[in-house]
Design a protein around this ligand. Structure first.
Ligand code: MRU
Length: 341
C-alpha cells in the first residue's frame, strides 16, 4: 500500500498528487516553507490530508524557529488554503500545544500531536465507512451511486470519507454501478479517484461532470456521495465545485445526497455557508491542460474551486460520531455534545 503522507524522521514525504496517475513520485519537505508550498500547489490536497500535513509541517517549523517565529509560521501554514477547516483545525491544535508547552523537547511533543491527528483521521474513516454502508444497505441495494472529486486515501491518508463508504459498500455487495465525475478543472475524479478505484479493484465508469444530470435520470442513480471541506453550524456544506449542482439534481430526481466528513471538518463557529471563505484558483487551470492551451489568450476566467450546498439539500451527514439526517443547528450541536460525554 502506498503512503500519501509519511513522516521520515527529518523530513515529510508526500505522494505528489499533481503527477498521478502517470507517475508515482514523492515530494520531500525539509522545511515548513516546503510544506506550505506543497499545500498551495496541491501536491497534497483533500481536507483531512492537508490538516495532517500541516501538523507535520509544524514539527519542521519547531526545529527551525524560536517560539515567536514558530507561531507566525503556523499562521502562514493555516493560510495556505482558505476553505478546508481541517487545515485551520489542525494548526489550532498544534498552536495550543506550543502555547501550553513546558519541559521536554517541543518538536517531539508536536510530533506526538501530529501522529495523533493522523491516527484519529484513520480511525474516523473506518467508522464513517461502517455508518455510510449501513445507510446504503437500508435503501434499495444494490444501487447506482455517483461521486464527485477525490475523497479516498489520497484525500485523507486513511480509507477515505465518501470513497471509504463506497469501497465498504462495494465489499458488502451493495453497489450495482458506480459513476465517477471527472471533476473539472483539476480532474481529481479522473486522475485520482479512478487511480484509487483501480488499485482497489472496484469497477466504475468515468463521466464528464456535465453528464451527471443525464446519468442520474437515465441510470436511476439513488445515491450521490461526496465529502466536505467545511460544514457550518446549520449543516451547509462547502465542497468541490459542482457539488451544489449535484445536490439540486439529486433532489429533483429523488436521489439521496450523503455527505461524509469527520468532525474535524465541522465548523460550528460559523453560522452558515455564506460565511465560508471560498478559494478561487488561477485561470491557467481552465485555460491549459498541461502544455496545451484550451482557451484564447487573456480570456477572463472565473474559477471558484468550492461551492456551498445549503443544508436543506443534504439528506445525510455521516461522521465518525454517527449519522445526522436532514441536518439542523440543533442536530449538529447534539452530535458534538454526544462526543464530549
Ligand atoms: O481542492 P481539493 O482537491 O483539495 O478538494 C477536495 C475536496 O473537495 C474533497 O471533496 C474534500 O476535501 C473532502 S475529501 C476528504
Amino acid at each position: 500500500m502506498y503512503d500519501v503522507i509519511k513522516w521520515c524522521g527529518d523530513h515529510l514525504q508526500l505522494l505528489d498528487q499533481r503527477k498521478l496517475p502517470v507517475q508515482q513520485e514523492y515530494y520531500l519537505c525539509y522545511r515548513v516553507t516546503d510544506v506550505i508550498e506543497a499545500i498551495k500547489l496541491m501536491v497534497v490536497r483533500g481536507a483531512p490530508a492537508i490538516g495532517i500535513t500541516a501538523a507535520y509541517g509544524a514539527v519542521l517549523a519547531a526545529r527551525q524557529y524560536n517560539a515567536a517565529e514558530l507561531l507566525s509560521s503556523l499562521d502562514l501554514l493555516a493560510q495556505a488554503r482558505p476553505t478546508a477547516i481541517n487545515l485551520h483545525w489542525a494548526v489550532e491544535r498544534i498552536k495550543k500545544r506550543v502555547i501550553d508547552h513546558q519541559g521536554s523537547q517541543l518538536d517531539e511533543c508536536l510530533l506526538a500531536e501530529a501522529n495523533e491527528i493522523f491516527q484519529q483521521e484513520i480511525t474516523a474513516n473506518e467508522q464513517m465507512a461502517a455508518y455510510g454502508a449501513e445507510l446504503i444497505a437500508q435503501s434499495n441495494a444494490p444501487c447506482n451511486i455517483l461521486t464527485h472529486c477525490n475523497t479516498g486515501r489520497l484525500a485523507t491518508g486513511g480509507s477515505g470519507t465518501a470513497l471509504g463508504v463506497i469501497c465498504r459498500a462495494y465489499q458488502q455487495g451493495l453497489i450495482n454501478q458506480l459513476f465517477v465525475d471527472e471533476t473539472r478543472p483539476w480532474l481529481q475524479g479522473s486522475r485520482l479517484t479512478c487511480w484509487e478505484l483501480q488499485q482497489a479493484d472496484i469497477p466504475f465508469q468515468l463521466n464528464v461532470d456535465g453528464a451527471a444530470a443525464h446519468l442520474i435520470k437515465t441510470e436511476k442513480v439513488s445515491w450521490v456521495i461526496v465529502g466536505a471541506d467545511r460544514i457550518t453550524a446549520n449543516g451547509d456544506v462547502a465542497n468541490k465545485i459542482g457539488t451544489y449542482s449535484l445536490a439540486v439534481l439529486a433532489r429533483y430526481h429523488q436521489a439521496k445526497l450523503m455527505v461524509v466528513a469527520p468532525l474535524s471538518t465541522c465548523d460550528l463557529s460559523m453560522a452558515s455557508g455564506s460565511d465560508i471563505p471560498l478559494e478561487y484558483r488561477e485561470a491557467t487551470e481552465l485555460c491549459y491542460l498541461a502544455e496545451r492551451q484550451l482557451a484564447p489568450d487573456s480570456v477572463a476566467v472565473n474559477n471558484p474551486v468550492f461551492d456551498i450546498t445549503p443544508a436543506e439539500l443534504v439528506d445525510f451527514i455521516v461522521t465518525e460520531q454517527g449519522v445526522v439526517a436532514n441536518p439542523t443547528v440543533e442536530k449538529l450541536k447534539k452530535l458534538f455534545e454526544a462526543r464530549a460525554v
